[in-house]
Design a protein. Structure first.
Length: 370
């Protein structure tokens, strides 16, 4: 009976419920302690713990059965790919394809790795990741820290089955914008045999000058080069463009035109914002954190506005992956109602915990059955 009180289906075998409940309680207990640790260190600590737990076969089996929601009605075809469910992990969480098996255990239908660059780089100086608990937000200026595309390819060769994996690609910090095309093509060529789709990232605020590539002229040239490479490859992969939430309506119109002119498959909306308005966190504290992109709940509304604008202005001509401020099943549904075909989470995991994906999928399943 106590399991029913916590909302677990009676169809779950009791050991599965107990294991899942224990893991959820453990996270709830550890969360205040984790929040005392510098966020970047906490990220690797918690994922290290998750990796350790998942190396125990019986425990991994229990967690998989507890967290995964498997039902044919959750499956969806987008850009020619069949996704087990609509909930993905946004780029930035698993930059180097280290935790694909763990993310599948938690019930994700797809994972976007990266942002990857041709050569590994340290990123910006630390500290570069900050929590805003009052706002359920995160500020980061990571700066595309990653081990390089070749390092990720080595891990992708052991990727789990039945998990869609996307490759988010960018340029090295030292590469001038005039030569950025070379970096994107290099990453594309290396990743093509090992990922299911691509995300071209020109919208991070943490690499100097990168957002200038969102201007229509340079961006069209870049996308056309990637698409030319994609057409020549076998098989071609879907290509998405990841955009910032800070674009004007006129710039969003340019993005719609770019999809049509370049031949890419869709848009990921949105990346982090440079806006700081409306925060509950003390302004002096926010200022002390410095520059960086703001994610989490504070960007939810604007991200949804961008999705709705793109969907309505294009008459739903292309798929949109909605990301930004999804901290609950209601937030996820808001993105889907605005026109998103798929959704991604990241910052919401920090505040809602590992059960977020399951709660979204169960809500979507319930909606499908009514």
């Amino acid at each position: 009976m106590w399991l029913k009180t916590w909302g677990y289906p009676q169809s779950f075998p009791q050991p599965v419920c107990i294991q899942g409940f224990t893991f959820a309680v453990m996270y709830a207990f550890l969360k205040p302690l984790i929040f005392r640790i510098q966020p970047e260190k906490a990220h690797y600590l918690t994922m290290g713990l998750m990796s350790f737990v998942c190396r125990i076969p019986l425990v991994k089996s229990f967690l998989t059965r507890y967290y995964q929601v498997v039902d044919a009605s959750l499956e969806v075809e987008v850009a020619g790919l069949r996704f087990p469910n609509r909930v993905g992990l946004a780029a930035g969480f698993d930059k180097d394809a280290q935790w694909l098996h763990e993310m599948k255990t938690l019930g994700f239908g797809f994972v976007e790795i990266g942002t990857l660059t041709p050569v590994g780089q340290e990123g910006n100086p630390k500290p570069r990741l900050f929590r805003l608990p009052k706002d359920q937000g995160v500020i980061n200026r990571m700066g595309f820290n990653n081990g390089g595309v070749a390092d990720a390819v080595g891990r992708l060769k052991q990727r789990p089955s039945n998990l869609i994996v996307g490759g988010n690609i960018g340029k090295n910090k030292v590469t001038p914008n005039e030569e950025a095309l070379h970096d994107y093509v290099t990453c594309f060529d290396a990743l093509h045999p090992h990922v299911d789709y691509f995300a071209v990232n020109v919208s991070s605020p943490n690499t100097p000058g990168l957002r200038a590539l969102q201007d229509k002229g340079p961006l069209l040239k870049l996308l056309e080069a990637v698409i030319a490479r994609n057409v020549a490859a076998s098989p071609p992969r879907p290509v998405f463009l990841k955009i910032a939430p800070d674009l004007t309506d006129g710039q969003l119109d340019d993005m719609i035109a770019l999809v049509q002119e370049s031949g890419i498959d869709g848009i990921i909306a949105t990346n982090t914002t440079i806006e700081r308005s409306g925060l509950l966190t003390d302004a002096d504290q926010v200022e002390s954190m410095g520059a960086g992109g703001l994610s989490g709940a504070p960007v939810r509304k604007r991200s949804t506005e961008v999705i709705r604008y793109l969907h309505n202005a294009s008459n739903g001509a292309f798929p949109i992956i909605g990301v930004g401020g999804i901290c609950s099943a209601e937030d996820a549904q808001e993105k889907l109602d605005a026109g998103a075909s798929l959704i991604q989470v990241y910052s919401g995991l920090i505040y809602a915990g590992p059960g977020l994906v399951k709660s979204i999928n169960r809500a979507l399943l319930k909606r499908n059955r009514h």
